[in-house]
Design a protein around this ligand. Structure first.
Ligand SMILES: C[S@@+](CC[C@H](N)C(=O)[O-])C[C@H]1O[C@@H](n2cnc3c(N)ncnc32)[C@H](O)[C@@H]1O
Length: 310
């Protein structure tokens, strides 16, 4: 199998390839259109897998829209997780100072520098590819990333996002594309029925909001779910004497049994229902509430009052 075609494929349409709403116009000639994606995948022998969340964007307008929504600045060092064939990478390289991309798939990882060099020779020295599982990445070559912009693999989107926010405090803005329901969950506020673990943990790091919807036909292959954009702007974490791990342990316990009151849901964490009630009282939180009503600051206050085991 060839992993390195000698040149980047052209852009002729073929009937059996992925089709999208917008073929690139001449000003987008370095971006990937539907036939470019199909031909690149074919040349590399890539068969997109669900397991790796491989749905490639085939629409130049969509990648431009993502870059605009991310407010990428000329001085930004952008971290992209899962660059795939390079659809978003090329648009990021137009706008940022540097792009560092982390890709798990060996064939995609090996070939992407070739695509970048062929499509954007003037910017190729500003691109770095790291072949790794994003969940294992704790350091990156080059200057620290200032922004995270990614069309995340859907099955690991939340853990990858939270991992990157924890591992790279230099990231002050993120714009991620995720499954629409996950976008709702990430951006949910207390009291919302989809508010849960991802909402609270994301809010530990950032102010989170939904930033638009993306249809299915801008991908190849088209997923069977809609997508949403989520914007995260770094904030100071809540002021607390508890560690992040201690706060997240309370969050996990509260939502593991989300139908139960906090007194019952936190019994295991505190040692007993009575101990949970005591910790909640000390934190100024009504023990009859459920986790879905609490802010991240309230979870932090509860974590500070965990009873010491006898
Ligand atoms: C939804 S596709 C996005 C591809 C490309 N950015 C685009 O928009 O066309 C997700 C990409 O993430 C990669 N990927 C999946 N799991 C990963 C992981 N744990 N770490 C790094 N990359 C991963 C896949 O191989 C794939 O290239």
């Amino acid at each position: 199998m060839s992993t390195s075609p000698s040149q980047t494929p052209g852009s002729s349409q073929t009937p059996d390839g992925p089709d999208g709403p917008d073929a690139p116009d001449s000003s987008d000639s370095h971006l990937l259109g539907p036939s470019d994606v199909r031909e690149l995948a074919k040349a590399l022998g890539v068969r997109p897998t669900k397991q790796r969340g491989q749905n490639f964007v085939i629409d130049a307008n969509t990648v431009r829209r993502i870059v605009r929504a991310a407010e990428v600045r000329p001085e930004d060092v952008v971290l992209e997780v899962g660059p795939g064939l390079g659809s978003l990478t090329l648009a990021l390289l137009e706008a940022a100072d540097r792009v560092t991309a982390v890709e798990i798939d060996p064939v995609l990882a090996e070939h992407l520098p070739t695509t970048v060099a062929a499509r954007m020779p003037d910017r190729a020295d500003r691109f770095t590819l790291v072949h790794a599982d994003a969940m294992d990445v704790t350091e990156l070559p080059g200057p620290p990333p200032t922004a995270l912009v990614a069309n995340l693999p859907y099955n690991v989107a939340v853990p990858v996002l939270l991992h990157m926010l924890a591992a790279f405090p230099s990231i002050d803005r993120s714009l991620v594309m995720v499954q629409s329901e996950v976008a709702d969950r990430l951006a949910a506020r207390p009291g919302n029925k989809v508010y849960g673990v991802p909402s609270v943990k994301a809010n530990w790091y950032a102010e989170v909001k939904r930033s638009g919807a993306i249809g299915r036909n801008v991908f190849w292959p088209a997923p069977n779910v809609d997508s949403g954009l989520v914007s995260l702007v770094r904030r100071e974490p809540p002021k607390t004497t508890a560690t992040r791990a201690q706060v997240f342990a309370v969050v996990d316990a509260a939502f593991a049994q989300r139908r139960k009151t906090l007194r019952a849901a936190l019994a295991g964490w505190a040692g007993s229902p009575a101990a949970a009630e005591q910790a909640l009282a000390a934190a100024g939180v009504d023990h009859r509430l459920r986790g879905e009503a609490l802010t991240v600051e309230q979870f932090a206050a509860i974590a500070e009052h965990r009873p010491t085991p006898a």
